[in-house]
Design a protein around this ligand. Structure first.
Ligand code: NAP
Ligand code: SF4
Length: 674
């Protein structure tokens, strides 16, 4: 019997059946916009081979005005149908099923030609939308229905109509964005007319034996969002209008509450979907922060939904479902919900990939094939770069030895995992340990190999990481001064009044670590209270009337940087605001434009750019140095001096702006080429 009996129960939809209860949720990868449909097809086929029950494509525009940006992929010409056919054929050959998401962005379209129920600009777009007239509304409905029937012509098994996350259909549902006084606005009956008309026309255009999913916003997390009564009314009406499945949407894109970031507790919103169970008779899917088979199984076993949707976990590991089915869950590469290579890329106009799996969306270009000749490979440093290189080299058949001076693997990941809200890093280090074992890497911990020890290896990979930069501030030998390494190792006493020098990723992490006692990521009620999330049955849109109620800060913290700009500007595109908001809510003071004059008995003497050049003492009983890092290359330099040609990767190669994404990518790519 399977370890996950609920997950592996087929789902009968009458005219078709899904082999398991796992949906790969829609993700915008950017692959379609490359025009290389072979690459798109390979991305989905790889995931079909991995056994997922049903996949949903990234959002496809039904017309130019509905595209998320000018030139966004869609399905509106015969050539589009031929392109999509490449994908559906490849997926079906691989034994999978795939539905196309029809996404009309409405006022979220990044274009001066965007349209919406009312001419109200979104806070996340510079473009005010045009208000649609009656003919314009009819055109949008008709275009969405036509896109659905073209999806059927292109060989898809179904469509998902995107009705959540604050996109076009969602915009009609709430008064936040719909101020119309005609039959498309006003009462709830009028506001839901457009989404329902879309569903009815889509069903009529595709016939009865075609999957039509409606993604329904179950908690908007915006002012004047839907009530729970309205959600249930819409869900029932959608069933009556022809939906075969309801999928869950959580929060609008403009919501100021995180919904999928790593600091959001696992399965943080399955309680919302559970409220809908029993209100409709069609299957209901739940979503958000479900990233392991154990969590998926638990959600299903508790009756929170009939099916679970996971999206990013399929970037991290396309074979998630197949591995779970074989009882090999420990080998599933975990999605740590960092957004660094997926959503941060999407929102920067770059192709999506995955921090943990650089092959994601690069399936046709980055291939891990058996080595032509077996070599001996030494990797020095078991941080993310070294681990990735060693595992990939061993998987390819090279005899690989991995050395680290420490008594454990993980390098800097071991610091990240101690930060409240970054608990997912635990799973990443555990996965690396499993894969070291599985791939047959010879692991030598507590070992610093010398140049002589490395003489017999065919290839030497230096992944020795970084050392903290010395900011050379007068008086820094004072006992109140600590390095971030001492602090995050948890073995240095830190006072109640703290100044942090350096506001990069690590300065922010240290501030979070020192200001928080118990991580709200480990306690759903505490997290909901911190961000002001309420039951939509009692508070419209799920926004608590009391607003965010964070725990009292454990310490007083001041976070400093020299650059005369807002600290945290260079954090992740989609997550930086969460770190800034979280620290602000806990009273952390952040200052840019600071000159460090000296560390004195009672604190740090600084000159502030805004302070007319006057020197001032920031009282502190602990001063923590988070001033960036330098490459640790001493072994590489010794090897070069001996005439060897080591490969240098990760922080040892370039320390500036180092993160695990670059380290892992570099490790995998190097080892795939040896
Ligand atoms: P960093 O991002 O390069 O930041 C270093 C900080 O030190 C900056 O605030 C910099 O600002 C300051 N600094 C640089 N030279 C200094 C000097 N000589 N004296 C005093 N201050 C100095 O490095 P990090 O914070 O150590 O983080 C390393 C990398 O880990 C990051 O780049 C990041 O990619 C990754 N990381 C990411 C996250 C995340 O949330 N995504 C979290 C942790 C780590 P000024 O020069 O303006 O003073
Ligand atoms: Fe998950 Fe991070 Fe990979 Fe995105 S980049 S899929 S969030 S691990």
């Amino acid at each position: 019997m399977s370890d996950y009996p609920h997950m592996f129960t087929p789902l009968d939809l009458g005219f078709t059946s899904l082999p398991n209860r796992v949906l790969m949720g829609s993700m915008h990868t950017g692959l379609e916009e490359t025009g290389d449909w072979n690459r798109v097809a390979e991305f989905y086929a790889e995931r079909a081979r991995g056994g997922v029950g049903l996949m949903v494509t990234g959002g496809m525009a039904p017309n130019p005005e509905g595209g998320v940006f000018p030139g966004a992929a869609g399905l509106y010409t015969p050539q589009d149908i031929a392109n999509h056919r490449v994908v559906t054929d490849r997926v079906h050959d691989a034994g999978g099923k795939i539905a196309m998401q029809v996404l009309h962005a409405g006022r979220y379209a990044y274009s001066p030609h965007c349209v919406a129920p009312s001419a109200i600009k979104s806070p996340i777009s510079p473009f005010p939308p045009s208000e649609l007239d009656e003919a314009g509304i009819e055109k949008q409905i008709s275009d969405i229905a036509t896109a659905a029937s073209r999806a059927r012509d292109a060989g898809y098994d179904g469509v998902e109509i995107m009705g959540s996350e604050g996109y076009f259909l969602n915009q009609f549902l709430v008064t936040h964005t719909n101020r119309r006084t005609d039959r498309w606005g006003g009462t709830y009956e009028n506001r839901m007319r457009l989404p329902l008309e879309v569903m009815a026309r889509v069903r009529a255009s595709v016939g009865s034996d075609f999957i039509v999913i409606y993604r329904l916003s179950m908690i908007d997390l915006i002012p004047n969002g839907s009530t729970w009564e309205e959600v249930v009314t819409l869900a029932r009406a959608m069933e009556a209008a022809g939906a075969s499945i309801l999928n869950t949407g959580i929060g609008w894109h403009e919501a100021r509450i995180p919904t999928i970031a790593t600091s959001v507790p696992r399965r943080a919103f399955t309680w919302v979907t559970k409220k809908l169970m029993g209100e409709v008779s069609i299957p209901v899917i739940t979503s958000n922060r479900i990233n392991t088979p154990e969590v998926a199984e638990q959600v299903l076993a508790e009756g929170c939904a009939d099916m679970v949707s996971m999206a990013r976990p399929f970037l991290a590991d396309p074979h998630f479902v197949a591995k779970a089915a074989k009882g090999k869950s420990a080998t599933i590469a975990p999605c740590i919900a960092c957004n660094q290579a997926c959503l941060d890329h999407t929102f920067s106009g770059k192709l999506t990939s995955c921090l943990v799996n650089p092959r994601a969306c690069h399936e046709t270009e980055l291939e891990i094939t058996p080595a032509l000749s077996r070599k001996t490979v030494a990797v020095i440093g078991a941080g993310p770069a070294g681990l990735s290189a060693a595992i990939t080299a061993a998987q390819r058949g090279h005899a690989t030895t991995l050395f680290d001076k420490s008594d454990k693997i993980g390098g800097q990941l071991n610091m990240a995992r101690r930060v409240p809200g970054k608990e997912e890093f635990d799973g990443l280090v555990e996965w690396f340990a499993t894969m070291v074992d599985e791939s047959g890497v010879d692991l030598r911990l507590g070992t610093r190999p010398t140049v002589a020890d490395l003489a017999s290896f065919d290839e030497v990979i230096i992944a020795t990481g970084v050392t903290p930069r010395d900011p050379a501030i007068a008086g820094q030998e004072h006992p109140s001064v600590l390095s971030y390494i001492e602090v995050l190792a948890g073995n240095a006493p830190v006072g109640d009044n703290v100044v942090i020098i350096g506001a990069g990723g690590i300065g922010f992490d240290v501030a979070e670590y020192l200001v928080t006692d118990d991580s709200p990521t480990e306690d759903l009620d505490a997290w909901k209270s911190e961000w002001g999330v309420a039951d939509p049955a009692t508070a419209r849109g799920g926004l608590s009337p009391n607003g965010p109620q964070p725990e009292a800060p454990v310490r007083q913290i001041t976070l400093l940087q020299r650059k005369p700009e807002k600290p945290g500007r260079h954090l992740g595109k989609t997550t930086g605001w969460i770190h800034r908001a979280s620290l602000r809510a806990k009273g952390v003071k952040m200052m840019g434009g600071v000159r460090y004059d000296a560390i004195e008995e009672d604190g740090l003497r600084v000159t502030l750019e805004e302070g007319r050049g006057e020197s001032r003492l920031l009282p502190a009983d602990s001063i923590i140095l988070c001033a960036g890092q330098l490459s640790e290359r001493s072994l590489a330099d010794e090897l070069l001096a001996e005439g060897r040609q080591p490969h240098v990767i990760g922080g040892a190669d370039v320390a500036a702006e180092l993160d695990a994404k670059r380290a892992i990518n570099q490790g995998v790519r190097l080892a795939s080429s040896l």
